[in-house]
Design a protein around this ligand. Structure first.
Ligand SMILES: Cc1ncc(COP(=O)(O)O)c(C=O)c1O
Length: 392
């Protein structure tokens, strides 16, 4: 069977590949400790589940109308964006999607033409380059310097921009970096795009998961110019532990949202109706679950960071957001006899039974992603094994 070129050139998600191998080992009876998770270990809060259950009982089982999202869900997204991000959006500027991944993809599909360039800071979330390529466009990688917490600089942006540059992707707090751009840096980037014909895709799905005194600033909130050029993406997955519900949203200029809505009407017909109603509860109901999860993640972040820094050959930027650390393991490669992050992660899984994600999937072969979206007990057990393995 001949498979289309666009799929042949698509990389498989390395994050999913590692989880699949770890799952296979587990099925064989091996006690694998997974520090590879890209989703909270917490269950969806009860009050959110309850709304979906009631919605199903009330017969909310039909196509969502309109396909761009239920009015109540759009209104709830507006309320959250105002409350948390200080952003004023009209419901006509919102689209509700089956997951933020979908919102990111539709943003690229709606705005990029073949040959357009997209500036993509490294490390990046695995799906960005592949989705950019699916839209026929070209990712232009800009490597954030580890010494500066992986933040890219305006000087680097100036070096990367060409007449073909159409878009800049920002993801703060970051997957996989676990870092958060300072408000100062966000303002500098906003200043850089002022007067340029560049759209920003700001993926803020981890915006409420910030620690260590870090502050999240939405680039769209920095001023009128940035607001008019930004598509802000978020969703229920990370903050409300709703990964399996597949619910996200995007907010942006009316023309862009309209284009995305047109695309959505021909692709998925929108997110599941009862899931959208659950999102309304997540965004506007009791928010204590967010504080509880953030408090727990903050504790784990500090603990994991401190333990990784004490391991031979490892250095690690302090995580200030999301639920990932991104340690640099280069100092251990020679002694282990490994040439890159795939071999490192493979050996760690096979010999110490700890699953992490190779950094090459995010553009940095010196690193691996170690997630703290698991209990403190499992974190310590996994890190004990990793430390013993590195010292052996
Ligand atoms: C940066 C980033 N954006 C988007 C997503 C996708 O989220 P969703 O589950 O809403 O599709 C993820 C999930 O891993 C992510 O890390």
């Amino acid at each position: 069977m001949r498979i289309a070129h666009r799929i042949q050139q698509l990389a498989e998600s390395a994050t999913l590949a590692v989880s699949a191998k770890a799952a296979k080992m587990k099925a064989e009876g091996i006690d694998v400790i997974s520090l590879a998770a890209g989703e909270p270990d917490f269950d969806t809060p009860e009050h959110i589940k309850e709304v979906a259950i009631q919605a199903l009982r009330n017969g909310e089982t039909k196509y969502p109308k309109p396909a761009s999202g239920l009015p109540a869900a759009k209104q709830a997204a507006c309320e959250k964006l105002k409350r948390v991000n200080g952003l004023d959006y009209d419901p006509s500027q919102i689209i509700i999607t089956a997951g933020a991944k979908n919102a990111v993809h539709m943003t690229f599909m709606s705005l990029l033409n073949p040959g357009d360039e997209v500036i993509l800071p490294v490390p990046y979330w695995v799906s960005y380059p592949e989705q950019i390529k699916l839209a026929g466009a070209v990712p232009v990688f800009v490597h954030g310097d580890e010494v500066h917490g992986f933040e890219i600089t305006v000087g680097q942006l100036e070096g990367a921009v060409t007449e073909k540059t159409r878009m800049l992707v920002l993801n703060s707090p970051s997957n996989p970096g676990g870092f958060t751009y300072s408000p100062h840096k966000i303002r500098e980037i906003a200043e850089f795009i002022r007067g340029r014909d560049i759209i920003v895709l700001s993926d803020e799905i981890y915006d409420q998961l910030v620690y260590e005194g870090a502050e999240h600033l939405s680039i769209a909130a920095t001023g009128e110019d940035a607001y008019a050029k930004t598509v802000t993406v978020s969703g229920g997955s990370k903050t409300y532990a709703m990964t399996g519900w597949r619910i996200g949203y995007a907010a942006g200029p009316p023309a862009v949202i309209k284009a995305m809505a047109k695309l959505q009407s021909q692709r998925t017909s929108g997110a599941a109706t009862f899931t959208q109603l659950a999102l309304v509860e997540a965004l506007t109901g009791d928010q204590s679950c967010v504080k509880d999860m953030r408090t727990e993640f903050a504790k784990r972040a500090a603990h994991m960071h401190q333990r990784l820094c004490a391991m031979p050959g490892i250095s690690c930027v302090q995580p200030t957001g999301a639920f990932y650390t991104f340690p640099n393991c280069l100092g251990s490669y020679e002694r282990l006899g490994v040439s890159g992050s795939i071999a490192f992660a493979q050996r760690l899984l096979e010999e110490a039974h700890v699953a992490v994600v190779p950094g090459i999937a995010f553009g940095n072969d010196a690193h691996v992603r170690v997630s703290f979206a698991t209990s403190m007990e499992r974190i310590d057990a996994g890190l004990d094994r990793m430390e013993r393995w590195l010292k052996s």
